[in-house]
Design a protein around this ligand. Structure first.
Ligand SMILES: NC(=O)c1ccc[n+]([C@@H]2O[C@H](COP(=O)([O-])OP(=O)(O)OC[C@H]3O[C@@H](n4cnc5c(N)ncnc54)[C@H](OP(=O)(O)O)[C@@H]3O)[C@@H](O)[C@H]2O)c1
Length: 392
């Protein structure tokens, strides 16, 4: 290779930072990067408390900076990486620092509203953000979009449904989009009757039929709150009015979403239910890169089926529509109440049926107000947290 060629090859390496590196999305991002050492270089990794996984990743990928949110674990991380040439820091400021570090793409994969500030920080820096942390957008959609417009940051959707829409959305035909069809697996309780769902156990709810994911999103998939959050996510990401977003249950999770155009054409993205596919799409964008995901075998799949979601069995869908329509702090109140209720369900403190009851009650009890900045948003978050904890 002549000198010029080598330099060109080197400049094609994308620098990646991962917020939430130890989680399901974080680890699958590492798996895609592991497959393409010639294309990516990790600059920063951050997580909350899983020191072991952070240290393993740091040892393998040699980032410049590693952050652990729980500051009491800083000495442990420092010890685990004593022989590795890497800068280590602990506490919330360290996670923010990871978001600020140099990167061509920042993968925002922290779960919950905890990811909002670091994700927003990456957007404010003008990074391309591969967004998995849907809760951040649900709570702060307008603030994040304004920040992206100001800094020129691109937001690439990691969520498989939004990634699918992103792939088939013809930007030159935006005016001809009739609707977005957001597909949903229906979760583990699709075929259960309403009464049985109320008392579903932790094990039942964590048994997702198609996807292997973190615990919080798996419970959200069982209540269908995940689809509600995605409905709001789609509204913001694609500037689509709520009445042009349809939710359709598709139990096989092969079609990841569709866009219907005015001429009657429907464009869909299909793929195996494997998050490495949308993650690779974001990392490689605008190029497509290989993944180890098992290719689809249509003869084996045989048929794809569809049905309307049952909003009586799954009230979360109407709650999210109402929260988006109410605007202001309502999506944050809903999201926070959900985070508190899901944690309480996972800890065995409340029944499955109480999750959506608590969200509903929080939306009624906590005063809605316009959100102009993060301080107002976190005040609504704190009020929703107090109200939800009281109910538990
Ligand atoms: N998993 C999926 O297939 C999937 C698909 C679509 C969208 N998403 C979205 O992606 C996000 C991540 O989901 P996941 O399933 O990967 O969750 P997960 O497996 O529970 O992982 C969460 C990650 O966030 C980190 N984290 C939590 N709180 C933090 C904090 N305060 N500061 C820094 N790091 C923190 C965790 O660190 P520790 O491990 O140290 O606690 C972990 O790395 C969620 O918003 C989810 O809705 C996930």
């Amino acid at each position: 290779m002549v000198r010029g060629e080598k330099q060109e090859a080197r400049s094609e390496i994308k620098k990646i930072s991962i917020l939430g590196a130890t989680g399901s999305i974080g680890q699958q991002t590492l798996s895609v990067i592991r497959q393409h050492p010639d294309k990516f270089k990790i600059t920063a990794l951050a997580a909350q408390k899983n020191v072991e996984a952070l240290a393993v990743a740091a040892r393998e990928f040699r980032p410049r900076f590693v952050a652990v949110d729980d500051i009491t674990l800083y000495p442990e991380l420092k010890k685990a990486l004593a022989d590795v040439d890497v800068e280590i820091a602990g506490g919330r400021a360290a996670v923010m620092e990871a978001a600020h570090r140099e990167a061509d793409i920042c993968v925002a994969a922290i779960v919950g509203i905890a990811g909002l500030e670091p994700t927003l920080a990456a957007i404010e820096r003008g990074r391309t953000v591969a967004l998995a942390n849907k809760e951040a957008l649900v709570c702060a959609g307008p603030l994040m979009l304004q920040a992206a417009q100001k800094s020129g940051a691109k937001i690439l959707p990691v969520d498989s449904e939004h990634n699918a829409i992103f792939q088939v959305m013809e930007n030159h035909n935006r005016a001809a989009v009739r609707k977005i069809i957001l597909t949903a697996s229906g979760g583990p309780f699709r075929a259960w009757d309403k009464n049985k769902i109320q008392n579903a156990t932790r094990e039942d709810a964590l048994r997702h039929p198609n996807w292997s994911m973190g615990e919080k999103i798996t419970i959200d998939s069982a209540t269908l709150m995940n689809k509600g959050l995605e409905f709001i996510e789609a509204h913001y990401l694609f500037a689509m009015p709520p009445e042009q977003i349809e939710i359709l249950v598709h139990p096989q999770s092969i079609i990841h979403s569709m866009v219907e155009y005015a001429d009657g054409s429907v464009l869909a993205q299909l793929g195996p239910p494997d998050m490495r596919v949308p993650i690779a799409y974001c990392l490689g964008y605008p190029q497509r890169i290989a993944t180890a995901a098992k290719p689809l075998n249509f003869a084996e799949i045989k048929s794809l089926s569809f049905e309307e979601p049952d909003v009586d069995k799954f009230p979360a869908l109407n709650l999210t529509r109402a929260a988006l329509a109410a605007g202001g702090a309502a999506p944050t109140i809903m999201n926070t109440a959900n985070e508190i209720a899901v944690a309480a369900f996972l800890a065995g403190k409340i029944t499955f049926g109480r999750i959506t009851e608590i969200i509903d009650a929080a939306l009624q009890r906590v005063e809605n107000a316009p959100i102009k900045n993060l301080a107002e948003l976190f005040a609504a978050d704190a009020a929703a947290r107090r109200a939800s904890e009281e109910m538990i």
